[in-house]
Write a protein that binds this ligand. Structure first.
Ligand code: GLN
Length: 502
């Protein structure tokens, strides 16, 4: 048999190639991300072992961090377009990986120009790599193969193994050899990812090529043509103009950041309208609408979930009793709980859904995603308890955090790998990477929302913010459960005929 048909543990070998490539890529991403704000705010004098930082204020650092984490994911849209239209997913991942190696390499240098150049390259590299490697996972499975969801869960374990290892080792290296050694370690990880990917090409011959799509799908996609069409439809043009005006208002009355944000959203909205028009038949159009609606859940989910790195992180640091058996657990270690729980529970959660499906019980992706929001939101109940305990006693038990992160992770497992898989089922292959890019842009937007909510805690207090998130997410999740029937109908059976093909 062909190399690409070889299987290991019931999945194509290609899955494991993508698993390890993405594991190292995420190691480099999360390793570098963990250092970023610390490095920016560290003093320029370099009085401790880690060496000189940039000496920025905390709010300057957080502002850049917010933009960076958003841009990284927003660049997935052009990254997806380049793959769909120009070079295919497989080459895009390759080019992205090379750019990432260079970017992390540049960050090893101590100059300021190197800092900005490095960040810029990482943004470009992730934009090219992340959406396309995710679409390739979908490409490993035929339409209707029930293993697809499970494959994405396995892939998701790779992501989190990378992030877990990074949060452990990058911190150690920085403490010992300084900031730039930490950036260097991220770079070495990416080189390993690149090597795995190049070596594994023999198992990926049939996925990620420009002609991997089936013939009945959209033949020609031309983006300039899509945008020029904008001017032919008064409705679409009207909506776009309105959004541009909003951008101007945002720019003028708030700050340039909000203006930029609205402009991004305008460009994406216009693109979505254009693609909708181009889709070949009503089935694809309906599915497209469902997918965009599901992205609302995605934005809300990440807007709440990403409190982890911000508000919950500060809470852990300042208001939690972190002493266990006489040992004070460092705050950063709480960030590893999420990845650790994913590695433990990913296949279990995927297995539960698969069993339900085979028994004929409801387990559409939309249902799972809505349940995911509710479970994650429920995790905030423990943060509400923590805030109550803190108000009474001046400290709070670390178990609240452990439970909160547990529920957040279980929720994440219901929504995040599921959404990746859902997109590859719903979109014509020719648009798959682009839509994956839009999905990641939605998560990026969620990150930004999280920052805004987190900041508001200084005004309203943690208790109210946690309670607010709890109520809001449970209501939204419940709402989507309530309207799931008509939505599922609009997917035109994209998930109906999944069965055991193995
Ligand atoms: N933690 C996951 C990853 O790094 C999901 C991030 C996201 O979708 N924005 O892939």
């Amino acid at each position: 048999i062909d190399k690409h048909e070889k299987e290991l543990f019931g999945h194509p070998v290609g899955l494991y190639i993508l698993f390890f490539t993405e594991m190292w890529e995420r190691f480099s991403y999360y390793g570098m991300r963990a250092l970023l704000t610390l490095y920016m705010t560290a003093s320029t004098l370099g009085t401790d072992d880690r060496g000189a930082g940039l000496g920025w204020t905390e709010s300057e650092a957080l502002a850049l961090y917010g933009w960076y984490t958003m841009l990284v994911y927003v660049m997935s849209i052009p990254g997806g377009m380049i793959a769909d239209k120009l070079i295919g997913q497989k080459k895009s991942v390759l080019v992205g990986a090379i750019i990432l190696c260079i970017g992390h390499g540049v960050l090893v240098l101590t100059d300021t120009w190197a800092f900005y150049t490095g960040l810029g390259l990482v943004i470009l590299g992730v934009g090219l790599l992340k959406p396309n490697i995710s679409t390739m996972v979908g490409g490993l499975y035929r339409q209707g193969d029930i293993r697809r969801d499970k494959g994405f869960s396995i892939f998701y374990i790779g992501i989190n193994t990378g992030s877990l290892l990074a949060t452990i080792f990058v911190g150690l290296v920085v403490a010992e050899w300084g900031w730039h050694a930490g950036f260097g370690l991220a770079g070495i990880a990416m080189v390993l990812g690149l090597i795995v990917y190049i070596w594994g090409q023999r198992f990926l011959t049939h996925v990620g090529n420009l002609d991997s799509g089936s013939k009945d799908e959209v033949d020609e996609v031309s983006y300039p043509h899509l945008y020029s069409d904008l001017f032919k439809s008064p409705l679409q043009l009207g909506i776009s103009v309105l959004l541009v005006v909003l951008s101007g208002i945002g720019w003028y009355f708030m700050d340039w950041g909000y203006g930029m944000l609205f402009l991004f959203i305008t460009a994406i909205a216009a693109l979505m309208m254009m693609i909708y028009k181009e889709l070949p038949n009503q089935i694809y159009k309906d599915r497209f609408v469902v997918m965009l609606l599901s992205f609302i859940m995605v934005i809300i989910f990440w807007g709440a979930f990403e409190q982890a790195g911000g508000l919950m992180n500060l809470y852990t640091d300042e208001k939690t009793n972190r002493v266990l058996f006489g040992y004070e657990i460092p705050t950063v270690m709480f960030q590893s709980l999420n990845a650790g729980f994913i590695i433990i529970f990913a296949t279990i959660v995927a297995g539960i859904w698969a069993k339900r499906k085979l028994k004929g019980k409801e387990s559409s992706s939309l249902f799972k995603m809505a349940i995911g929001i509710i479970i994650m939101g429920f995790g905030f109940l423990f943060m509400v308890f923590a805030a109550m305990e803190y108000q009474k006693t001046g400290t709070s038990n670390l178990l609240w955090l452990v439970f909160a992160y547990l529920f957040h992770t279980l929720g994440e497992l219901c929504i995040s790998p599921v959404a990746l898989s859902f997109i590859t089922k719903l979109t014509p292959v020719k648009y798959a990477s682009l839509m994956m890019g839009v999905y990641f842009a939605a998560t990026g937007l969620g990150n930004k929302v999280a920052g805004i909510i987190g900041e508001s805690a200084s005004e309203f207090g943690e208790y109210s913010v946690f309670l607010g998130i709890l109520v809001f997410t449970v209501v939204i999740g419940g709402l989507f459960v309530a309207i799931k029937k008509p939505l599922i109908r609009l997917t035109h059976g994209a998930e109906d005929n999944e069965h055991d093909l193995s």
